[in-house]
Ligand binder design. Structure first.
Ligand code: ATP
Ligand code: OAA
Ligand code: CA
Ligand code: MN
Length: 703
C-alpha cells in the first residue's frame, strides 16, 4: 500500500501513498472490547443496566464515540474556537439557504444546538445539531434536522461539524436500517437497499430549463435528451421538493466534489431524504477532507432529491409523476417521483457535459485505466458493454469506471466511486468488483438469503421482468435498463489498484465497446481516426429484450457519443473535441465487440470475458498495433489475424457462424441500421475540418 509511483508527465503528478489512501478511505468498523459478561443466573440482572435504555447505552463505549481528532491546537485555542464557530455558522447558513423556500418571506433559519430539542445529549461540548426552523408558517412548529456529511462508518467527515448521534442523528447505515424498509446488511457487510418502483433511470422524464442562454447552447429537438421546461415550472417543482424535504423530521446533506482535476473541480451539494441516497452519493462523489469541507462555502451545484414524493401531473410539461429537472442558470437539479440513485449520478454527469465543454474540456462517458508504464486507455460504451468490468483490471491502475474529463492536463475522473452492474457477478471472473462489495458499499435491488445474508447475484427478481423492461426501453429510450439492473456503488479506493488522485496522462488507446447481440462485429478491430469518429457518433450497442412469446430479438441502440442520454450540446461538438485530442496526442481507436459470436443472440454465445481481456491486454501492451491485419467487407474494419490467448478463428466472425447466409443477411441488416442512424448527422460539420467531416461520412459501412 505504501508503494509510490511518481510521474509528472503531462502536468499531473502521480503520487500515491498510504496516507492519501487512508485519508480517503472509510474508517474501519470498531469492535467493542467491553462486551458485557455472560450471566447464567436468570434471577439477577444480566447486565449492568436497570432499564432497556441503560442497556442500550452500554452497547456504545463513550470513548469510542466517533470522532476525527481536530487537528493540533485549533481545538483548544480560544481564538480558533471563535473562527470555528464562525465557520460553522456560515456552513449552517449555507445549508439553510439551500433549503429556503422561494415564496415564503422567511426561509428556514438554522439554530445550532437548539435547547428545545430534547433528543440532544451532550457528551462533548462540540456536539450539536443544526436545526432550521420556519418562523413564518406552521412549519415553525417543527424542526427539520440536517444530517450533514455523515459517514457510513459512524464518523462525521468534518470534525468541526460532528453532529450528535442520538435519536435522530444516527449514522447512515443505522439510519437506513432503522428507517428505510428493505435495508439490510449483507454477509460481506454491504448495505443492501431497494430503490423502489424505479430500478433504472427514467430519461423520458428528464427536463432541462430552456432560457435565453440554454436555448442557444444546448441540443434541443429530435434525438436530444434535453426535453424542455420553463423556468416557472422548474420553480414549481423546486418548491414542491423543498417543501417536501422541509416537512420531514430530517434531511441528509452531502457536500462533495466532482472532478479530480484540481483546476476544474466542482462543488456539489446533495440534499436528500434517504440515508441510501446520502451513502450512495458519499461513495460516488469525491469525498472532501475535513480541511476542504471547512472551506467548502457555497456549492456550485445543488440537487434536491425528493424522490419519494411525486411531481404534480397537472404541472405543465409533466407527463408522468416522475420528473428530473435541471436548471443550468440556477445551478440546481430537482428529483421528484423516482428513488433510483443513479439519477443523481447521471444528472450531475449531464451538468458536467455542459460545464466542462464550456471550458474546452471534453467530458466522456467512459472508463479509464493506466498501465505500469503510464499508458492510458479510455473505454467508451453504452450501459452494460463493459466499461466497469474492463477498466477494473488487476494489472492496471484504475482511474475511473464511468465518467471522465479530457483536458490539456490529461484525463481526470469526475467521480469518487464506481457503480458496477452486479447481475451474475462472479468472484472468479471479476474478483476486484466482488471484493469491493463490503462494508460501506451500497448494493441495490439484490436478493439475498434470509439467514446467511449471502447475496445471490443471479437472482433478478427485484428488478423488473424483461417484458416490462422492453416496454420501459420503448418509452424511456436507452435507459440503463430497469431489467437486470442490480448494482453496487463503492468508493473507488475499494479497488486495490485504484490510482488516487484519479488523474492520468493523455490516452494512448481509445477503446469503443459495443455489445453486439447480432454477433457480426469482429471481437476487435483497429480503427482509423475517421472510423473512430464514425463509431463514436453512432454509439452503437445491441440490447436483448424479451417478447411476449419469450423469443428474444436483438435490438440495435444508437446513442451518440456512447451516452446521448447525458450530453447537453450537439454530439458533433463532443466529437470534434475528441477528434482534435486524439489527433493531437496520437491516440489509436479500437472497436471491441463484447457481445455475441458464432451467431446472433439465441444462436451464438457471448464472447468469453477471458478472451475480451486478452484482446484488451494486447491493445494495452502495444502488440496489437503492429499485428497483421485484414480488412472486412461492408464495415471495412481492420481485423488482426492472431492475438495471444485468443483462438484465431473467432477473430473474423464469419468463421464462427455455421449459417453463412444468415451471417451475410445479419451483417447487411446491421449495416443498414448504422446507415439509417447516421443519416441524422450527415448535414452536420465536425469541427472546422471539412475534409475530416467528409472522411467520417465515408468511414461507415458500404452497402
Ligand atoms: N466479453 C465480455 N466483455 C465485457 N463484459 C462482459 C463480457 N461477457 C460478459 N460480460 C458482462 O457484461 C457486463 C458489463 O457491464 P459493465 O458494468 O462493465 O457495464 P458498463 O459499460 O460499465 O455500463 P454502465 O455505464 O451502465 O455502468 C458485466 O456484467 C460483465 O460481467
Ligand atoms: O446511469 C445508470 O443508471 C447506470 C449507468 O452507468 C449508465 O446507464 O450508463
Ligand atoms: Ca459501469
Ligand atoms: Mn454509465
Amino acid at each position: 500500500m505504501a508503494k509510490k509511483e511518481a510521474s509528472t508527465e503531462n502536468g499531473f503528478s502521480f503520487t500515491r501513498s498510504a496516507s492519501s489512501n487512508a485519508r480517503n478511505g472509510l474508517a474501519r468498523i470498531q469492535t467493542h472490547t467491553n462486551t458485557p459478561e455472560v450471566c447464567h443466573d436468570d434471577s439477577t440482572p444480566p447486565v449492568r443496566a436497570q432499564t432497556i435504555h441503560d442497556l442500550h447505552s452500554l452497547q456504545k463505549k463513550k470513548s469510542s464515540a466517533p470522532s476525527t481528532p481536530i487537528t493540533s491546537s485549533s481545538a483548544t485555542s480560544p481564538f480558533s474556537t471563535i473562527l470555528e464557530e464562525e465557520r460553522q455558522r456560515l456552513q449552517l447558513q449555507s445549508i439553510s439557504a439551500s433549503l429556503a423556500s422561494l415564496t415564503r418571506e422567511t426561509g428556514p433559519k438554522v439554530v445550532r444546538g437548539d435547547p428545545a430539542s430534547k433528543v440532544v445529549t451532550h457528551h462533548h461540548h462540540d456536539h450539536h445539531y443544526i436545526t432550521p426552523t420556519f418562523d413564518a408558517s406552521d412549519s415553525a412548529l417543527k424542526f427539520t434536522h440536517v444530517l450533514y456529511n455523515l459517514s457510513p462508518a459512524g464518523k462525521s467527515i468534518n470534525p468541526l461539524l460532528r453532529f450528535s448521534i442520538s435519536e435522530i442523528g444516527k449514522e447512515l447505515y443505522e439510519q437506513a436500517i432503522k428507517y428505510e424498509k428493505g435495508s439490510f446488511i449483507t454477509a460481506t457487510g454491504a448495505l443492501a437497499t431497494l430503490s423502489g418502483a424505479k430500478t433504472g433511470r427514467s430519461p423520458r422524464d428528464k427536463r432541462v430549463v430552456k432560457d435565453e442562454s440554454t436555448e442557444h447552447d444546448l441540443w434541443w429537438g429530435k434525438g436530444s435528451p434535453n426535453i424542455e421546461m420553463d423556468e416557472h415550472t422548474f420553480l414549481i417543482n423546486r418548491e414542491r421538493a423543498v417543501d417536501y424535504l422541509n416537512s420531514l423530521e430530517k434531511v441528509f446533506v452531502n457536500d462533495q466534489f466532482l472532478n479530480w482535476d484540481p483546476e476544474h473541480r466542482i462543488k456539489v451539494r446533495i440534499v436528500s431524504a434517504r440515508a441510501y441516497h446520502s451513502l450512495f452519493m458519499h461513495n460516488m462523489c469525491i469525498r472532501p477532507t475535513p480541511e476542504e469541507l471547512e472551506e467548502f462555502g457555497t456549492p456550485d451545484f445543488t440537487i434536491y432529491n425528493a424522490g419519494q414524493f411525486p411531481c404534480n401531473r397537472y404541472t405543465h410539461h409533466m407527463t408522468s409523476s416522475t420528473s428530473i429537472d435541471i436548471n443550468i442558470a440556477r445551478k440546481e437539479m430537482v428529483i421528484l417521483g423516482t428513488q433510483y440513485a443513479g439519477e443523481m449520478k447521471k444528472g450531475l454527469f449531464s451538468v458536467m457535459h455542459y460545464l466542462m465543454p464550456k471550458r474546452n474540456i471534453l467530458s466522456l462517458h467512459s472508463g479509464c485505466n493506466m498501465g505500469k508504464n503510464g499508458d492510458v486507455a479510455l473505454f467508451f460504451g453504452l450501459s452494460g458493454t463493459g466499461k466497469t468490468t474492463l477498466s477494473t483490471d488487476h494489472n492496471r491502475y484504475l482511474i475511473g469506471d464511468d465518467e471522465h474529463c479530457w483536458s490539456e492536463n490529461g484525463v481526470s475522473n469526475i467521480e469518487g466511486g464506481c457503480y458496477a452492474k452486479c447481475v451474475d457477478l462472479s468472484r472468479e471472473k471479476e474478483p476486484d468488483i466482488w471484493n469491493a462489495i463490503k462494508f460501506g458499499t451500497v448494493v441495490e435491488n439484490v436478493v439475498f438469503d434470509e439467514h446467511t445474508r449471502e447475496v445471490d447475484f443471479s437472482d433478478k427478481s427485484v428488478t423488473v421482468s424483461e417484458i416490462i423492461a422492453e416496454l420501459v426501453n420503448y418509452y424511456f429510450f436507452e435507459s440503463a435498463g430497469f431489467a437486470e439492473n442490480t448494482r453496487a456503488a463503492y468508493p473507488i479506493e475499494y479497488i486495490p489498484n485504484a490510482k488516487i488522485p484519479c488523474v492520468a496522462p493523455h490516452p494512448k488507446n481509445v477503446i469503443l465497446l459495443a455489445c453486439d447481440a447480432f454477433g457480426v462485429l469482429p471481437p476487435v478491430s483497429k480503427l482509423s481516426l475517421a472510423q473512430t469518429m464514425y463509431h463514436f457518433i453512432s454509439g452503437y450497442t445491441a440490447l436483448v429484450a424479451g417478447t411476449e412469446d419469450g423469443i428474444k430479438e436483438p435490438q440495435a441502440t444508437f446513442s451518440a457519443c456512447f451516452g446521448a442520454a447525458f450530453i447537453m450540446m450537439h454530439p458533433t461538438k463532443y466529437a470534434a473535441m475528441l477528434a482534435e485530442k486524439m489527433q493531437k496526442h496520437g491516440a489509436t481507436g479500437w472497436l471491441v465487440n463484447t457481445g455475441w459470436s458464432g451467431g446472433r443472440y439465441g444462436v451464438g454465445n457471448r464472447i468469453k470475458l477471458a478472451y475480451t481481456r486478452k484482446i484488451i491486454d494486447a491493445i494495452h501492451s502495444g502488440s496489437l498495433l503492429n499485428a497483421e491485419y485484414t480488412k472486412t467487407e461492408v464495415f471495412g474494419l481492420e481485423i488482426p489475424t492472431a492475438i495471444e490467448g485468443v483462438p484465431s478463428e473467432i477473430l473474423d466472425p464469419v468463421n464462427t457462424w455455421a449459417d453463412k447466409k444468415a451471417y451475410q443477411d445479419t451483417l447487411m441488416k446491421l449495416a443498414s441500421l448504422f446507415k439509417k442512424n447516421f443519416n441524422g448527422f450527415i448535414s452536420y460539420k465536425i469541427g472546422t475540418d471539412q475534409s475530416l467531416t467528409e472522411e467520417i461520412l465515408a468511414a461507415g459501412p458500404t452497402l
